[in-house]
Design a protein around this ligand. Sequence first.
Ligand code: DP6
Length: 345
Amino acid sequence: MAVGQATAVAPANIAFVKYWGVQDAALTLPYNESISMNLDRCLTTTSVQFDSGLETDEVVLKLHGQNELVAAGRPLERVVAQLDRVRSLANVQSRARVRSTNNFPSDAGIASSAAAFAALTTAAATALGLQLSDQELSVLTRRSGSGSACRSIPSGFVHWRNDGTDQGSYAGSVAPPTHWALADVVAVVDPGVKSVTSADNHRLVATSPYFAVRLQEVAGRVDQALTAIRDRDLGQLGIICEGDAVSMHVVAMTAQPPTFYWNAGTMAVIHALRRWRNEGLFGYFTIDAGPNVHVICDQRAAAEMDNRLRSLPEVQFTIVNGPGPGARVIEAGASAMRAEGSRQE
Ligand code: DP6
């Protein structure tokens, strides 16, 4: 018998100041705070239906450009573990049917797991009638192990605060999507699955001699990014984005064992951006745990930036994003109605 069901949509997000390194892997507590923007075009939609007649959780994934697949192994374990956290809060035993669809390439430096765990947690909590504040939902989403997913809960421009405690490590909005007409033009140079996950590297950061340097710099960058967002200062935000991405990748490249996420296409885009800036077209790079480049620019420059990026032989395709809202419930079944509250749209 169905116990409760809901469907939620959640965005991927791009970090201007990155989360890189976990000090408590069990609770997913980061070493440093981070700053991000939700993406309006990179979305995951997840339906969760709890059913007392089910013996196990059933998880079906429909990834971009691929056939539906029934999750197994590590991806299934991670979903079940997150459902267990939600069940335990709601004091419910029932297993669930989960169906998740995303509209952008997975695991290529676009945070697909962030969108996925934010949508899963929002849908599951709503289906079970939990009435959580955004802050509580962000904490619960962070515990999924995909820490950056906590930044996909609140809307627009987001600050993941962290005081090193479970309840004090959560993301909140610092400005709505309408605050700044910024664009993130994602230049995909390789849509394949990345070979080394962020999770592996989050545990290795302390093996890099440059991690201590990064930690000294990063708190200042968080403050500078907040000021740049408040003042809508693209030049300032661009310097922070590029500096922080290089710092994160230096740590990855100098950890034991090292990881080199960048490829020749990544470098081609970086050099092109520097050339175009000299010609008066302003775009700044940031790069997550993969080779693809997120180009941050003014929305008025996005069409020209997109055209130029697509003209590079190394760029396979692009995705043009603006700032977007956070996770939201798009449909909830009768037994989940108590949970509608502020998250229902
Ligand atoms: C480089 O562990 O949150 O994107 O690997 O997608 O689960 P997944 O992400 P997570 O690490 C994110 C690392 C990052 C930087 C960032 O988004 O802050």
